[in-house]
Design a protein around this ligand. Structure first.
Ligand code: BGC
Length: 736
C-alpha cells in the first residue's frame, strides 16, 4: 500500500502550475506571466536582468529558461556583430544586413508609410538575426547643423520627427522586436556629449525636444528608450529623476524599460532611484556595473527597497515577453531579401531632394548624352560600414558611379575622375569599404587630381560632381561635431572650376545636412542625396535620368552661413563651463529663420520636382472642440501641371493671431504626400486636432489651445505658402 500512497501523493503535489508555469504559457496575459516569473526569481537573478553581461546582451538564466537577451544597433539596419570584450568586429559570416538610407534621408521622404516599411525591414532582419531589442530610431532634434549625428536624426521639426518615428516604431515592433528610441534627451551635439549639462526652459522642452519621444511612447507604444550621455538640468539623462520618473513614467505612463546609452550611468543611487531599468556599457567588469554588485549590496543592506528592484526587473521581463523570448523569438524573420533591398531603394529615391534645376537641365536624357564624366571621391566611396554605431555590414553597396554606369554605361561613354580625395592617412574606413582607388589617390597631388577632373569635364557632354562629406571625425559621425559648414578637400574650388569648364555641371551632395554653397550660382543643378544606403547609386541614377521624379523635401533648414543658425548666432553652442543654455528657446530651425526674417539658402520643407504642382480649393471644415476627433479638416486640390507623374508633400503650418505667450511665427502641424499623375488633380485631406493649435503653459503645467483666430497656411515648403485661410477656435481648452 505504501508505494501506492506515495504515488498518489506525488501526483497530488505535482500541480498543473509546476508542469506548466504560467510564465511559460503563451496563452496567459503578459502581466500574469511577468508576475509569475518575477515571483520565482532570486535577488541575484533579478539583478542579472538589469545590467549587461556582454556589450550587447544580458545574461541567460538557465534555471528558469530565460535565454540570453540580445540587442543591436541600430537605426538604419542591424549592425554587424561585435566581439563581446572589445569593439572589434566579431568577424561572423552571417551578420550582413540590408543598409537603409540614413535617418535624415528617411525624414526627407516625408512619407510615413515608408517609415513604417523601413522599420519593418529592420524588424524582420533583427528577428532573423536573433536580436530582441533594436537600438533605434534616433530622433534628437537638429538644433545645430554642426551636430555630428544629425545624419542619424530626423531633422529640426518635432511634428515631422514624431510622425516618422511613430511609423518606424510601428513597423519595427510589428515584427516582435522592441525598438529603443534614443537618445532621451537633448543629445543635440556630440561635442562634450558625455558631460555637457543642458539647460532649457520648460516650454522649449515640451514643445520642441519631447514631442518625438512622447509620440513614440503614447502613440507607437515603444518598448524601450535610451537615456542619453549628456546631463539635463544638472543630472545625467539616464538617471534623471525629472525626465524619467516624473515625465516619462509618471505623466506618459511608460511601461517599458529605460536603458543607458553605453556607459551613461554614473552613480548607483541615482541609477537606482531615478528610473533607470537596464545598465548597458563598455568598460569595467559587467558585474561591477552600478546596477550590478553595488545595487545588490544596497538591496541587501536595506539601503534600497526590494520594490525598486522588482520594478526594474518587471519592466525588463515585460519587454522579454512582448518580444516573444519564451515563445520562439529566435524563429522567423528574413534577411537580405530582394524585398528589403527594394525598400532601401524606394526610400533612397524618395529621400533625394532636388535643390536646384535651372533650365530643367535634369533629368538627363540618356538617349542624347554621348559622354559623361563622373567626378569625386564620394562617387566611388562606400559609406555604410562607417559613421559609428549606425554602421552596417552590407553584402553590397551601389556607389553613385556604379549606379550611373549601370543606368547609361551601355549607351554613353562614362568616365570617372577623382577630382578631390580625402588624404589617405585620414581615412577611417575599414575593409570591406576600402576601395581600389585609395593607393592611386596617394600618388597624385590634389592639384593634379583637380586639373584632370577639370580637363575631363571640358570634354564631356555633362559633368556630375559627387561632392559632400563622409563619416570621418568632424564630419557626419559619432563622438565629434563638424567644425564648420564648408566642404573639405578643396571641393568648393573644384566645383567652381568644373562648372567653368562645363556649363552642364550637376552637383550631387552626399552629406548629413547643410553645407555652404558659395558656388551655387555657378551650377545649374544640385541634388541632395544624404547617405542613401546600399541601393543609393541606383536611386541616384534613377533621379538623374528621370526614371524617378524627385519628391524629397528638406527636413532641416540649410542656412547660408553657420552664424545664421540660432545656436551659433546667439553663441550658445557649445556651452560655457560645461553648461549649455538653449537661449534660442523655441526658435529652432525654421522657427528662428522666420522670426528673425533671415533668408536661408534653402528653407525647411523645400524640394523641387520634375513637374509642377498647382494648389487650389482650400477648404477648412469641421468644428467642435476636438474631443476625440479632428478640429479642422484641411482640404485642398493638387494639380500636376507638368508632363510627368510625381509626388508632392503638402505642408500645413499654423499661426496664431494673438498668442498669450510668444509663439514662433508658424509651426508645421500636418502634411501629406500625394501622388498625382501628369495632367491630373488629387484632393488632399489633412486633419488637425487640438494639439495643432496648442502651446505649453509652464505655469499651468499643461497644454492650452486658446480661443483665438488662427491662420492655416498650406505650402510646398515653409517659405512657399500657396494657400491660406482663417480658422477660429471658439473656446479655450486645457489638456495634458
Ligand atoms: C551610442 C548609441 C549606441 C550605443 C551602442 C553609443 O555610443 O551613442 O547610439 O546605440 O553606443 O553602440
Amino acid at each position: 500500500l505504501a508505494p501506492i500512497v506515495a504515488l498518489i501523493l506525488a501526483f497530488a503535489s505535482a500541480s498543473p502550475a509546476q508542469d506548466h508555469p504560467v510564465y511559460l504559457d503563451a496563452s496567459q496575459p503578459v502581466e500574469a506571466r511577468v508576475e509569475d516569473l518575477l515571483g520565482r526569481m532570486t535577488v541575484e537573478e533579478k539583478i542579472a536582468v538589469i545590467h549587461a553581461d556582454t556589450k550587447f546582451s544580458t545574461a541567460p538564466i538557465p534555471r528558469l529558461g530565460i535565454p540570453r537577451r540580445w540587442m543591436s544597433d541600430g537605426p538604419f539596419g542591424v549592425r554587424e556583430d561585435i566581439k563581446s570584450d572589445s569593439w572589434r568586429a566579431a568577424e561572423h559570416t552571417d551578420d550582413y544586413s540590408t543598409g537603409m538610407p540614413c535617418g535624415l534621408g528617411l525624414a526627407a521622404t516625408w512619407n510615413v508609410e515608408l517609415a513604417h516599411d523601413y522599420g519593418q525591414v529592420i524588424g524582420e532582419e533583427a528577428r532573423k538575426r536573433g536580436k530582441q531589442i533594436m537600438l533605434g530610431p534616433a530622433i534628437n532634434i537638429q538644433r545645430t547643423p554642426l551636430c555630428g549625428r544629425n545624419f542619424e536624426y530626423m531633422g529640426e521639426d518635432p511634428w515631422l520627427t514624431s510622425r516618422m518615428a511613430v511609423g518606424f516604431i510601428q513597423g519595427e515592433q510589428g515584427q516582435g522586436v522592441a525598438s529603443c528610441v534614443k537618445h532621451f534627451m537633448a543629445n543635440n551635439q556630440e561635442l562634450h556629449r558625455g558631460t555637457i549639462d543642458v539647460e532649457m526652459d520648460e516650454r522649449t522642452l515640451r514643445e520642441i525636444y519631447l514631442p518625438g519621444f512622447r509620440a513614440a511612447v503614447r502613440e507607437a507604444g515603444v518598448l524601450s528608450i535610451m537615456g542619453a550621455y549628456n546631463k539635463f538640468r544638472g543630472q545625467h539623462c539616464a538617471e534623471n529623476d525629472y525626465l524619467i520618473n516624473k515625465v516619462l513614467k509618471g505623466e506618459w505612463g511608460f511601461k517599458g524599460l529605460v536603458m543607458t546609452d553605453w556607459g551613461a550611468a554614473h552613480n548607483t543611487r541615482e541609477a537606482a532611484m531615478n528610473g533607470l531599468d537596464l545598465e548597458m556599457g563598455t568598460d569595467k567588469p559587467f558585474d561591477q556595473y552600478y546596477l550590478a554588485a553595488p545595487f545588490l549590496d544596497g538591496i541587501r543592506t536595506g539601503q534600497f527597497g526590494m520594490s525598486l528592484l522588482d520594478d526594474k526587473a518587471r519592466r525588463n521581463l515585460r519587454v522579454m515577453f512582448l518580444t516573444h523570448m519564451f515563445d520562439g523569438s529566435a524563429e522567423g524573420g528574413s534577411l537580405n531579401t530582394p524585398e528589403h533591398q527594394a525598400t532601401a531603394r524606394a526610400v533612397a529615391e524618395e529621400a533625394m531632394v532636388l535643390l536646384k534645376n535651372q533650365g530643367d537641365i535634369l533629368p538627363l536624357d540618356a538617349g542624347k548624352i554621348k559622354s559623361l564624366v563622373v567626378i569625386g571621391q564620394n562617387a566611388v566611396r562606400k559609406f555604410e560600414h562607417s559613421g559609428g554605431s549606425s554602421e552596417i555590414k552590407t553584402m553590397y553597396e551601389v556607389t553613385p558611379l556604379e549606379g550611373i554606369v549601370t543606368r547609361v554605361g551601355g549607351s554613353a561613354n562614362v568616365n570617372f575622375s577623382m577630382g578631390y580625395a580625402q588624404p589617405v592617412e585620414n581615412r577611417p574606413d575599414r575593409p570591406p569599404t576600402a576601395t581600389p582607388e585609395m593607393p592611386r589617390t596617394a600618388e597624385i597631388s590634389p592639384a593634379d587630381m583637380a586639373d584632370r577632373a577639370v580637363a575631363a569635364a571640358g570634354q564631356a557632354d555633362v559633368a556630375i560632381i559627387v561632392a559632400g562629406l563622409n563619416h570621418s571625425r568632424h564630419m557626419d559621425t559619432e563622438g565629434s561635431d563638424r567644425l564648420d559648414l564648408k566642404l573639405p578637400y578643396g571641393q568648393d574650388d573644384l566645383i567652381q572650376r568644373v562648372a567653368s569648364a562645363n556649363p552642364r555641371t550637376i552637383v550631387v551632395l552626399i552629406s548629413g545636412g547643410a553645407v555652404e554653397m558659395d558656388w551655387l550660382d555657378r551650377v545649374p543643378a544640385v541634388v541632395q542625396a544624404w547617405y542613401p544606403g546600399m541601393e543609393g547609386g541606383n536611386a541616384l541614377a534613377g533621379v538623374l535620368f528621370g526614371d524617378v521624379n524627385p519628391s524629397g523635401k528638406l527636413p532641416c533648414t540649410f542656412p547660408r552661413h553657420l552664424m545664421d543658425s540660432p545656436a551659433h548666432a546667439l553663441h550658445a553652442y557649445p556651452g560655457v563651463d560645461g553648461v549649455e543654455t538653449y537661449t534660442e528657446g523655441l526658435l529652432v530651425g525654421y522657427r528662428w529663420f522666420d522670426a528673425k526674417q533671415i533668408e536661408p539658402l534653402f528653407p525647411f520643407g523645400f524640394g523641387l520636382s520634375y513637374t509642377h504642382f498647382d494648389y487650389s480649393g482650400l477648404k477648412l471644415t469641421g468644428g467642435g472642440n476636438g474631443a476625440g476627433g479632428p478640429v479642422v479638416n484641411v482640404q485642398c486640390d493638387i494639380a500636376n501641371r507638368g508632363a510627368r507623374d510625381g509626388m508632392e508633400v503638402v505642408q500645413v503650418y499654423v499661426q496664431e493671431a494673438n498668442p498669450r505667450l510668444p509663439r514662433p511665427p508658424k509651426e508645421l502641424k500636418g502634411f501629406a504626400k500625394v501622388w498625382v499623375r501628369a495632367g491630373e488633380q488629387e484632393t488632399v485631406f489633412i486633419p488637425l486636432d487640438l494639439t495643432a493649435f496648442a502651446y505649453y503653459d509652464p505655469d499651468e503645467k499643461g497644454w492650452i489651445a486658446q480661443k483665438d483666430d488662427y491662420t492655416i497656411l498650406v505650402g510646398s515648403s515653409s517659405r512657399d505658402v500657396r494657400l491660406r485661410s482663417n480658422w477660429t477656435l471658439p473656446q479655450t481648452t486645457h489638456f495634458n
